[in-house]
Design a binder for this molecule. Sequence first.
Ligand code: ZN
Length: 287
Amino acid sequence: MTSKAFAAALVLCGLSAAACGNTAGGATAGSARNEEPASRTATQATPAVLATGSSPTAGKSLAAKPLAKPLSGKVVVVDPGHNGLNYKHPSKINKQVNVLTQWKACDTTGTATNSGYSEAAFTWDVSQRLVKILRDRGATVKLTRHDNSGVGPCITERAAIGNKAKADAAISVHADGASASGHGFHVIMPKKINGPVDPVVDASRKLGLAVRASIKSVAGMPYSTYVGSKALSFRDDLGGLNLSTVPKIFVECGNMRNAGDAAKFQDPAFRQKMALSLADGMQNYLK
Ligand code: ZN
């Protein structure tokens, strides 16, 4: 490689921090709670500059312009499960929709902790935090709903939003309402159904594996004790997955009916860590 080409390679590397292995995970995760994501991004950018700045020429060209953000050019769809007023509009959310393998309700109310913290409020809060982190990292982010005081949209529409956006990755945020003794998170990925999701089943699995790893390491959440295998579950009954033509997963962040998980969910610092872990997992998949 000529020195010119070498310098060019260094610049390319610097422009895409993620491609240089400077992922957002692990290193800063422990201290990340409640930190303003923009300042964290700036802190993380420093080692990339230092590491790639071994040539004085490259160092200068890197210093001359700001580093591209790791998710620049990526489109991500965030789907906060349910909606805050679904429970007030049963006729709307119980309307049956075709999810290809069956007909089912357009949406559901979701679950809640025993003290009444609703899944819709939890998914909305985590999603808001996730969106901020992803946007700070340069992603174009679309949400499937814009507040927690409405109804729906239907699961078919939630899938359509990701498809229309031609998302590089989509994530549906949920928390489970299982028997109180079970705890921990799991990731749900699509199965082949001889339908539109088939071409993205493999990619969705990769996305799921990346997000599983980051939830465990960054959020510190253990694998589910009551569903799936090592926190992985594959399903063909979810409209949000069956109808997706982009890589998509559902994350069940834990069990709202379990006292330990519920205490975590009600802690804003935990919700920030969960959001950070989802962002890191998506970024690791996308890089
Ligand atoms: Zn849910």
